[in-house]
Design a binder for this molecule. Sequence first.
Ligand code: RB5
Length: 149
Amino acid sequence: MIAIANDHAGLPLKAEIIALLNEMGLEYKNFGTDTPDSCHYPVFAARAAHAVASGECEFGILLCGTGLGIGMAANKVHGIRCATCSEPISAALSRRHNNANMLSMGARVIGPEVAKEVARAFLTTAFEGGRHQIRVDMISALERGEDIE
Ligand code: RB5
C-alpha cells in the first residue's frame, strides 16, 4: 500500500502518479488534498507519514510546489526518511543507500513524465543493506536523541 498526499500546489501531479501506481499494480491510499483550495502542506504530510511510520503503508509519495516543505514536514515524524527528488538517479539511490520510505516531488519543479520516472525509480529499487544499514541505524539513533560518535 502506497500513501499519497499533497497540497494544492502538488495536486496537478497527483493524477499522473495515481495512473503510474495503477499501471504498476500498486494499491494506494489517498490522504488528500483533493481540491485546488490553498491549504497547509504539513497537515497532509503528517497524515501520510503517520501511515508509513505505523506500517499501514509501505511507502509514501508526497507532492507540493517544490517537494521541499511537504518533505521537511514528513521528516519530522519518527521513522520517516523522506527524499525530495527531481530526477530518477537520486530517487533510486535514496532507496538503495538511505532506505528512504517516502519520496517528495515538486509540481512547480518537474513535469509529469519526469515525476513518473522518479516515482518508478523509487518504487522499483531495493535497499542494499550492509554498510548502508549501519548509517541508516545512525540516523535513527539521532532521531532518538542518542550520541552517535
Ligand atoms: C505553496 O504555495 C508552496 O509553498 C508549497 O506547495 C511548497 O512548495 C512548500 O514547500
